[in-house]
Design a binder for this molecule. Structure first.
Ligand code: MEV
Length: 308
């Protein structure tokens, strides 16, 4: 029997998370160490879903999977296929709720695998339109950066309702990603900033504006190959995210450890309040060293990789 496969990697946000919700730019990077593979095959009967949280009929999937379930049925509608007779199996190494774009990566892999199965061409616009359905369930009012970043193999400049284009990188970036092991509540973090912006509009606006400036300066620093400046922008961004109330003691602790071990920059990545942090190292060796230090100091997982 025919089987079709769709893949998507994970993503990180280098700089600009949260501010991106308010129209500021952000820079996202692919994170290929973690990926989602979706496979589709023919079965008899109802649509059947196999993933790490659930094995059973799609229509009986729990509330948390509503986004992906709706994305599957909408994709089949677009393909003009009946919603039955298929098994969709999602294998993911992306931990959920860590700001690594797990929901977007899953939806991208699933949509790709269904289009592959029915041998239909899938445009980028259609892919993002279908994935957006699932992202709306996962994040409420997402800026869309996760799905755009997880479907791109290049570093990206992203603006909500604005331009998305590849960011030039002159010298390789040695990065470390470390997971606090705790689920970050992106939805809650986004909501807490929104509430704060009603209570202290000037303060919040100021932080958002600064984050926007830091993203712009990071783009320039990347184009010039000035890693020192990229690092200091990351530090400054973490500081603003802290002021906005979306960091926490574990993230701050890991950021501090990375800085003590000579990271050029370190910050939380994604929604915050749990989830992951990233650090910029000066070499591959240094990145491995930082990953080891973060693991010894409470990180549940850590990865080092290069962006070229
Ligand atoms: C989540 O990865 C990034 C946030 O900026 C939320 C969003 O852009 O939708 C925190």
């Amino acid at each position: 029997k025919k089987t079709a496969i769709g893949r998507a990697h994970s993503k990180i946000i280098l700089i600009g998370e949260h501010a991106v919700v308010y129209g500021k730019p952000a820079i996202a990077l692919p994170f290929p160490s973690l990926e989602v593979v979706s496979s589709v095959k023919e079965i008899s009967g109802d649509l059947f879903l196999t993933c790490r949280y659930f094995v059973g009929k799609l229509e009986e999937a729990p509330k948390d999977l509503k986004g992906i379930a709706t994305c599957i049925t909408e994709t089949l509608k677009n393909l003009k296929q009946p919603a039955k007779g298929l098994q969709i199996k999602i294998d993911s190494s992306v931990p959920i709720g860590r700001g690594l774009g797990s929901s977007a990566s899953s939806a991208i892999a699933v949509v790709k695998s269904l289009y592959q199965y029915f041998e239909q061409k899938l445009s980028k616009t259609k892919l993002l339109e279908l994935v957006h359905i699932s992202e709306t369930y996962a994040h409420g009012n997402p800026s869309g950066i996760d799905m755009v970043a997880a479907s791109s193999s290049h570093p990206l400049w992203f603006e909500r309702d604005g331009e998305t284009y590849p960011v030039k990188i002159k010298s390789p970036l040695h990065l470390v990603v470390a997971d606090t092991g705790r689920i970050g509540e992106t939805l809650e973090a986004v909501e807490s900033i929104r509430k704060n912006s009603l209570l202290s509009p000037i303060k919040v606006r100021h932080s958002i504006d600064l984050l926007g400036d830091y993203t712009l300066r990071t783009k320039e620093a990347l184009a010039e190959g000035n890693s020192l400046l990229v690092g200091s922008m990351m530090d400054a961004a973490h500081n603003e995210l802290k002021k906005l109330g979306v960091s926490d003691t574990e993230l701050d602790h890991l950021v501090q450890i990375a800085k003590e071990r000579g990271a050029l920059g370190a910050k939380l990545t994604g929604g915050g309040k749990g989830g992951c942090m990233i650090a910029l190292a000066s070499s591959l060796e240094h990145a491995k060293d930082l990953a080891g230090a973060l693991l010894q100091n409470g990180a549940a997982q850590a990865w080092s990789y290069i962006i070229e």
